[in-house]
Design a protein. Sequence first.
Length: 56
Amino acid sequence: MAQASKNSRTTSATQKFFCSCGGEVKMKTLFENGKVKNVAECEKCRRLERRPSDFK
């Protein structure tokens, strides 16, 4: 009997983060001073944080 591969058995759920203002948090990549920087930005109030969990 054939087994399913490990990758097909895992569920991939993307977690959505929301700001306290009610807007959705999206990850953005910025290029500043020759460095790539990942930041989380609220679409509604344009607040910037280092990671989405900082909006709590």
